[in-house]
Design a binder for this molecule. Structure first.
Ligand SMILES: Nc1ncnc2c1ncn2[C@@H]1O[C@H](COP(=O)(O)OP(=O)(O)OP(=O)(O)O)[C@@H](O)[C@H]1O
Length: 277
């Protein structure tokens, strides 16, 4: 992909093809109000393909609300959201997922009594083309598609190193692996953009380290762009290339981990909270 740019070399004009850095997500000045409460105010965000970006801020700052708007759970009061050039501001969550946006939630939401394999298989169902009739009568079309989904599930589990737990009940996995499984299930919907709401919540230092490695690996293996909300500062500072800070719904800072850590407004917003904890 590229665009033509007019250049001047030694006084001579010419046109040169330049690579364009594509914004995969453009959030344009969204405001989200709940009655008299403005949860998010004039929030803007541009994500470039392949970035890992952090969204941080004290409790109640509006981070999850912003996620909910991007994933179609809330319609912003004003502003717009573009994903790969499509206006998704008013689309329903399943349509947005189909376009390539997946997410995980603050609390792990696995099908606890289903196996690891089944949990990921469910994620693949979003892409199924067979009809209800095909499924009921198990037509050749359905059988072919089901086999393909099962193969893709095995392939995905291998890519995220969960094959050894294949037949285990989701709830029996170690906590850190449950988080990985939840992310794997989101990956089964074949996202281009992955939103993670506090993926390191409740993790011990070893699990957090593993999570950071895991996120870098899946970003590269699946060509993902990742936006994550996180309170765990070591994780945020460790993997995010860029960070936005929300406070009372307002973006108070944006920059590299170093810039954000040394920003006076951020330090004040987090007063009492150790940013390097
Ligand atoms: N559905 C809702 N109805 C009314 N108020 C809401 C709703 N959802 C969120 N809020 C309010 O909006 C504000 C922002 O909440 P939000 O959950 O987005 O914050 P957050 O930054 O994600 O916080 P945390 O880090 O604690 O998860 C809070 O004051 C919250 O009480």
């Amino acid at each position: 992909m590229g665009s033509w740019v007019r250049m001047k070399y030694h006084g001579i004009c010419c046109w040169e093809r330049r690579a364009v850095i594509v914004a995969i997500l453009e959030v344009n000045k969204i405001t989200i109000k709940f009655g008299g409460l403005t949860a998010v105010s004039n929030f803007s965000l541009n994500l470039k393909e392949g970035e890992i970006v952090g969204l941080i801020g004290p409790n109640g700052a509006g981070k999850t609300t912003a996620f909910n708007a991007i994933t179609g759970i809330y319609v912003p009061t004003s502003g717009s959201i573009m994903f790969q050039g499509n206006d998704i501001t008013r689309l329903l969550p399943d349509k947005i997922t189909k376009l390539g946006v997946a997410r995980t939630f603050q609390n792990i939401r696995l099908f606890e009594n289903m196996s690891v394999f089944e949990n990921v298989l469910v994620g693949h169902h979003l892409r199924i083309k067979s009809s209800f009739i095909d499924a009921t009568f198990r037509t050749p079309k359905y059988n072919r598609e089901e086999k393909m989904m099962r193969d893709q599930t095995l392939e995905l589990l291998e890519k995220v190193n969960l094959t050894e737990y294949l037949n285990e009940k989701a709830s029996s996995l170690p906590y850190g692996q449950q988080r990985h499984l939840e992310i794997a299930r989101a990956l089964a919907t074949r996202p281009k953009l992955l939103l993670l709401d506090e993926p390191a919540a409740g993790m011990n230092p070893k699990e957090s380290e593993e999570l950071m490695e895991f996120l870098k690996q899946i970003r590269d293996k699946f060509n993902l762009t990742i936006l994550l909300i996180e309170h765990h500062m070591q994780v945020v500072m460790g993997i995010c290339e860029r960070i936005l800070v929300l406070d009372h719904g307002i973006t108070i800072a944006e920059g590299t981990p170093d810039e954000v850590q040394n920003n006076q407004k951020v330090i004040e917003a987090y007063l009492g909270v150790e940013l390097d904890a």
